[in-house]
Design a binder for this molecule. Structure first.
Ligand SMILES: Cc1cc2nc3c(=O)[nH]c(=O)nc-3n(C[C@H](O)[C@H](O)[C@H](O)COP(=O)(O)OP(=O)(O)OC[C@H]3O[C@@H](n4cnc5c(N)ncnc54)[C@H](O)[C@@H]3O)c2cc1C
Length: 440
């Protein structure tokens, strides 16, 4: 063995010090041995001149018998017949080393267990994308689905998500793996029986939209990477009234508000603010069975006769079946409710009058109009609180850009960040005095 040196080429060069004067460098190291590696340098006492027979790592000095010499461990020049010498132990592990390695192995195991412990890692991180598996996909309408995603691995810490639910409206980002582009989506509140590591997204497919199309195409078992949570709006603790104007998928944050208020913050239905949601969709299929003729704007005389006729015709098309009556006394249509309308209706019935939802359908000419908004705002309790403080009232607007622009004016960009921008649209026109307005 040549001894410890910097590299193999250096060792080879050391065989010819005339051609390679730098080989001296290798030679200098050839006689040294580190105390921990005495086995590498056996037979060459530190600093002792090398035997002329020792020509390098590949050379084999032979003894009289023609067998290779075995260098003596004590560094003496005495030659030992290799054939009769028992094999030399290179590393001798004494009890001290054994204890040291055992402790090191134990600590390594402990560190690894700690690092890979699912409870130590979180299901969502605002800075990094983390994996979720697509468990199932429910079709809600021809353009929208609900995706059930489960965090991997199971058993991770869900505190950041619970905190987001207590705070208000929040979103996650989904990344399209091939294009590496990310889009925001608003998780739906958990339903009974679902696991805390589950995230449910309501996604409408945009024509030629990159991420929404990706989410509509993927199969069960596909890994979807999410980043978050990102809080979009913190619901004030002292809010008394919320008017939520939702367009299409904008219903998801409205459901979040209801979940935060009535499942996390307020324990009794007598307490807590009123939540009114006006949910506008382009097509009826998006909110089948959601048009409640007795609590919607029709009841307030807002619906023009033409719309009423359209609605009646639609009801007439339905196959005749025994009519059921809901708790609110309305006769539901025979179309099955979409999953989302079902969730909205459950939310309404659970929170005994604190949550009101009215449905609007563009293709039937039922819109959120200026006069309708005025009616809603004047309808809402204007009286001060019992302690004399004015009621805190908030309008939240959520939906596609066109919807938000129409009602509250566009959001704007400042230094690469989207900000609220000045109030515009219908809400500016009607001068909603005393209302805080937030565009989501
Ligand atoms: C906080 C927040 C929460 C959200 N929550 C939800 C939610 O819960 N559910 C939901 O469905 N959406 C939600 N969105 C919207 C969502 O983030 C995406 O904007 C939406 O899914 C469309 O993304 P995409 O990549 O599919 O479409 P994109 O590829 O961004 O395209 C958007 C539209 O622009 C058009 N377009 C794209 N490129 C061009 C081009 N070169 N020329 C002309 N037109 C073009 C496309 O046809 C498409 O109609 C949310 C948005 C935000 C900001």
């Amino acid at each position: 063995m040549q001894g410890l040196c910097c590299n193999r080429r250096c060792i080879q060069r050391s065989q010819n010090p005339i051609l390679f004067p730098r080989a001296l460098h290798a030679r200098r190291f050839a006689g040294r041995s580190s105390p921990g590696f005495s086995g590498f340098n056996a037979g060459k006492p530190s600093g002792s001149p090398r035997s002329p027979k020792d020509k390098g790592p590949n050379s084999k000095a032979t003894g009289p018998s023609g067998q290779p010499h075995q260098a003596p461990r004590d560094g003496s020049a005495k030659e030992v017949d290799n054939a009769e010498t028992p094999p030399r132990t290179r590393f001798r592990i004494g009890p001290g080393k054994l204890i040291f390695f055992s402790i090191a192995a134990f600590l390594g195991y402990k560190v690894n267990t700690w690092r890979t412990n699912p409870a130590r890692s979180v299901i969502l991180n605002p800075r990094f994308f983390l994996p979720f598996i697509l468990q199932s996909r429910e079709k809600v309408s021809s353009t929208s689905v609900i995706l059930n995603l489960l965090s991997l691995p199971k058993g991770q810490n869900t505190e950041s998500v619970s905190e987001a639910w207590r705070t208000g409206v929040w979103s996650v980002q989904v990344i399209q793996p091939e294009l590496q582009i990310a889009r925001s989506y608003t998780p739906l509140p958990p339903i009974e029986g679902t696991e805390p590591e589950q995230v449910r997204l309501f996604v409408r497919q945009e024509p030629q939209g990159e991420v929404s199309t990706f989410l509509h195409k993927i199969n069960r078992g596909t890994i979807v990477n999410l980043r978050g949570p990102r809080v979009e709006y913190e619901i004030p603790d002292d809010v008394d009234e919320i008017l939520f104007l939702a367009g299409g998928t904008g219903i998801a944050p409205a459901l979040q508000v209801a979940h935060t208020l009535f499942n996390h913050r307020i324990k009794s239905t007598e307490q807590g603010p009123e939540l009114r949601v006006l949910w506008a969709n382009r097509r009826r299929e998006d909110s089948i069975n959601g048009l409640d003729p007795f609590s919607s704007p029709r009841a307030r005389g807002e619906l023009i006769p033409k719309i009423r006729k359209l609605a009646d015709e639609w009801q007439g098309e339905l196959p005749s079946q025994p009519k059921e009556t809901t708790e609110e006394g309305t006769a539901p249509s025979q179309h099955s409710q979409t999953r989302l309308v079902e969730e909205v209706e459950t939310m309404k019935s659970r929170h005994g009058g604190k949550v009101i939802v009215d449905y609007f359908i563009d293709e039937e000419g039922s819109y959120i109009t200026e006069s309708l908004l005025r009616t809603y705002l004047s309808d809402i309790d204007q009286t001060a609180n019992q302690d004399g403080t004015p009621r805190r009232k908030v309008i939240l607007v959520s939906g596609p850009d066109g919807f938000v622009n129409y009602l509250a004016g566009p959001k704007t960009w400042q230094r690469g960040r989207e900000i609220q921008g000045p109030l515009g649209g219908l809400l500016k026109k009607i001068d909603a005095q005393g209302w805080e307005i937030w565009k989501l």
